[in-house]
Design a protein around this ligand. Structure first.
Ligand code: ATP
Length: 528
């Protein structure tokens, strides 16, 4: 029998009430076991706030204003409508996703309004939270995967690996429900991006070398955009660090990869690298210049011609049917070298001692690069993890924050939202915590752009200030970190200023509260 959305809302209420991870896991697993097979996917998507499928990084045009209008719209019906099931709610969003054309905004609002009309206030509240991707009930992906493992009789480690490799929790739920996931012989799905391996920061090249302990490669840390390139029989798709499809912005990369793979008879591959902007002599240009390419859709060719790029490859994850991620980096690199044109390889050395590593690092900085990455030669490629196998060192230390609110400016800035609340992420409670406020670092053009964007992301309006969906990631520099009762986080950045936008970064991948507290303690230690 179809499960009612009412039952889903009841589960959300229970999840919200308990802070025990174990209890949450049990509640979700038990709920899953009562569901019909075809309900697993919609349920998991609703629970993790992923019901709105994303196409090329754009959500389904259901923003704050669409939802607000749908709530306000009066829908009258002659007879009371039956309560919708989880499947019916899901179906409404499938229908909304196919709405297009001139009248589409109105039709989306109407479809949403008639769904809201069939829900109680509480049910509506949970649905809206899910649509915003902000459930705030602690049903983070890790717990849902645990519960999926429990309900399907698989191990958590296997399922987590499957999730990171296949990237789609809805797909995992669906295939598990029908017992169709071949856990032991997992293969990536070409054109479904894989969660990338990340690096841990170190303060100096000496510290990084020390931390790595053992044989390492030292590579240039290029300041550009991470690319994961999927190839199948001449077709190429390129994904960013946030796993969005950025193929159309990088036609030169397509040409280079095609040329490389043709001579090396590759039929399928997934490789990774970094794309940077360069000048006429192929010297690196700042990240902001590269970003201009990604903002342009109109006149793209003209913009692209003025911003030449260069691709540097550093890893290979899959080749001709074989998953390579569990191989040591040493071997993966050799395969990469034999598969692509040598000019495309990232600059690197295999360092025998700290002096060689240091020399390489200093040369990289001199050439205008951001820093270096030390990589352990015997390390596997660990999906989605910021581990100690890769250690990065940069010349300038900054942190990444997300904007969660903004205040209207005064005087010259009165038409702009110009004072921003900056937050870091706490993975433990899946919440963003404010650590500072700034109005520094942006140009007038950027104030204008960000005001428009923030209004689209608005979730609450207090007149002089608004709160927004955490979406805009900004890198900030600061003078100091202080203890402060002002924010719930207990700490505040002093003299924070925005150094750049990081649209390539997912809000949940920013600096964490734990990292910031560690930095605070470190700065304290340096003083005494
Ligand atoms: P940052 O903010 O320092 O650019 P990040 O948080 O985006 O880093 P990290 O995992 O901390 O990501 O650092 C690794 C990133 O550095 C990669 O995602 C990639 O974009 C970039 N990078 C540049 N050169 C290399 C390289 N040779 N090997 C691996 N990653 C590289």
């Amino acid at each position: 029998m179809a499960t009612l959305f009412r039952d889903f809302a009841d589960l959300c209420k229970k999840l919200e009430k308990t802070s025990s991870i174990l209890h949450k896991r049990e509640l979700i697993a038990r709920f899953l076991m009562k569901l019909e097979k075809d309900e697993w996917k919609p349920f998991v998507l609703l629970l993790t706030g992923k019901i709105l499928p994303e196409a090329e990084g754009k959500s389904l045009y259901i923003g704050y204003s669409t939802i607000k209008k749908a709530i306000e719209m009066k829908v009258s019906t002659l007879v009371p409508l039956p309560q919708p099931s989880i499947l019916e709610v899901y179906q409404v969003f499938i229908e909304i996703s196919s709405i297009s054309g001139a009248d589409s905004t109105r039709r989306r609002i109407e479809a949403l309004a008639s769904l809201f009309n069939r829900l109680s206030e509480e049910e509506k509240n949970y649905l809206i939270r899910s649509l915003f991707g902000e459930m705030r009930i602690g049903a983070v992906e890790g717990i849902v995967i645990q519960a999926l493992a429990d309900a399907s009789g698989n191990s958590y480690d296997d399922l987590r690996k499957a999730y990171l490799l296949l990237g789609d929790i809805g797909y995992i739920a669906e295939t598990l429900a029908y017992n169709k996931l071949d856990i032991k012989n997992l293969k990536p799905i070409i054109f479904n991006p894989i969660r990338t391996m990340l690096a841990t920061p170190a303060d100096s090249i000496e510290e990084a070398y020390e931390l790595a302990k053992g044989p390492v490669a030292v590579e240039v840390k290029y300041d550009g955009v991470r690319v994961q390139i999927h190839y199948k029989n001449g077709v190429i798709r390129i994904f960013s660090r946030r796993l969005t499809d950025i193929t159309r912005f990088l036609p030169e990369v397509i040409a280079e990869i095609n040329a490389s793979f043709k001579v090396n008879s590759v039929s399928e591959a997934i490789i990774e690298g970094e794309v940077i902007a360069v000048d006429a002599e192929e010297k690196p240009l700042p990240f902001q210049i590269l970003m201009r390419r990604f903002r342009r859709i109109k006149d793209f060719d003209k913009v692209a011609a003025n911003i030449p790029i260069k691709l540097y490859l550093f890893d290979i994850l899959y080749l001709n049917g074989e998953l390579l991620i569990d191989m040591p980096y040493r071997d993966r690199y050799e395969i990469l070298r034999d598969t692509v044109n040598k000019e495309l390889l990232a600059e690197r050395i295999v360092a025998d001692d700290i002096h060689q590593a240091k020399e390489f690092y200093e040369e990289a900085i001199e050439k205008g690069h951001e820093g270096a990455i030390i990589k352990k030669l015997d390390s596997p490629y660990i999906l989605g993890v910021r581990g100690s196998h890769w250690i990065k060192v940069k010349e300038i230390a900054t942190i990444d924050t997300v904007i969660v609110g903004a205040e209207w400016g005064h005087g010259r800035r009165r038409n702009w939202l110009s004072d921003y609340y900056l937050a870091v992420y706490s993975a433990a409670i899946d919440e963003f915590m404010i650590v500072g406020k700034t109005y520094k670092g942006l140009t007038d053009e950027e104030f204008e752009w960000i005001t428009k964007k923030l209004l689209e992301l608005k979730i609450a309006d207090e007149g002089y200030r608004i709160w927004v969906k955490p979406e805009i990631v900004v890198e900030v520099a600061f003078n100091d970190i202080q203890k402060s009762p002002k924010y719930e986080s207990g700490i505040a950045l002093r003299f924070a200023r925005i150094t750049r936008f990081r649209p390539d970064k997912d809000p949940k991948d920013i600096t964490t509260i734990e990292e910031l507290k560690r930095l605070y303690l470190k700065s304290f230690r340096d003083i005494i």
